[in-house]
Ligand binder design. Sequence first.
Ligand SMILES: NC(=O)c1ccc[n+]([C@@H]2O[C@H](COP(=O)([O-])OP(=O)(O)OC[C@H]3O[C@@H](n4cnc5c(N)ncnc54)[C@H](O)[C@@H]3O)[C@@H](O)[C@H]2O)c1
Length: 317
Amino acid sequence: MITGGLGFIGSTLAYKLVELGAYVTLVDSLIPEYGGNLVNIHGLEGKVRVNISDIRDAHSMKYLVQGHTYLFNLAGQTSHIDSMRSPFTDLDINCAAQLSLLETCRTYNPDVKIVFASTRQIYGKPDYLPVDEKHILRPVDVNGINKMAGEWYHILYNDVYNLRTCSLRLTNTYGPRMRIRDARQTFLGIWIRLLLEGKPFEVWGGNQLRDYTYVGDAVDAMLLAAESKSADGKIFNLGGERVYTLLETAQVLVDANGDGSFIVKEFPKEMKKIDIGDYYSDYGSIQRELGWRPKKNLCDGLKETLRYFKREIKNYV
Ligand SMILES: NC(=O)c1ccc[n+]([C@@H]2O[C@H](COP(=O)([O-])OP(=O)(O)OC[C@H]3O[C@@H](n4cnc5c(N)ncnc54)[C@H](O)[C@@H]3O)[C@@H](O)[C@H]2O)c1
């Protein structure tokens, strides 16, 4: 079962699981502001079970969690700015519903293995780089606080109730099927949209350091975490093959497309307060324990992403 299964990462995971011969159930609320999109599962019709439900609905979840070996828990509100404008929605989805889902699993499917999609946002502004899992958690926005709590409920249920869980702290993840309508998922989304529409995109600041994970690599990490007993109760950072400044990232994107342009602007004041500054992660822990590392370089990953959206843009804007 994949919560958030019609979203960007969830649907990519669904293709992989179907390819591996799994019986897959996708649960998604399809709230328009989030990344869920039925186009994301084109080609999987008849091969997966789709249930349009909200993880906040404990009654549906009670029925849905039963009978699954693995639960990939990816449903979430992902926008940092939306979490500040509508903090209680973020609280309900990223925190309260996570606790409710864990309680439901404890009662109705205690043998399930859960992989939770956490985020590097929970570290806040890093004290040092690269950021490893021992770095203090000091979120700078409501989303970070709720995702942090959601993650720790998972670890608590592993430690106290033997419900097997593992959390992956994702960094900027990109690839085909990402949300490009706006910047709600990541700034790369709106950059890609504007580039394909032949308009210049905006780079705010430019010297901030970032790392990026191609969605196929993120999915590989989820499968490794699901399969591995030694991952139970653990938290792992994911990361990128290299560190890029935003300006370098913009240039790689333009190069991957063959043409396009961008404008450098000052970082907007409203966003500055919740910006994490420079970030890149140390993913040594998952590399040592599960043998994972990011394989796809940014330019190749962006080329694949652009190839997909050149074909499909009408379904994503
Ligand atoms: N994409 C990234 O860069 C990134 C980085 C860090 C963490 N993550 C985490 O990975 C997970 C998946 O993210 P994504 O990038 O695929 O985003 P996404 O928005 O494409 O996927 C999330 C999915 O969850 C669904 N959803 C939201 N609220 C729901 C609810 N109440 N009930 C049922 N479904 C609900 C949405 O409809 C959407 O399809 C999220 O939990 C996110 O916090 C993503």
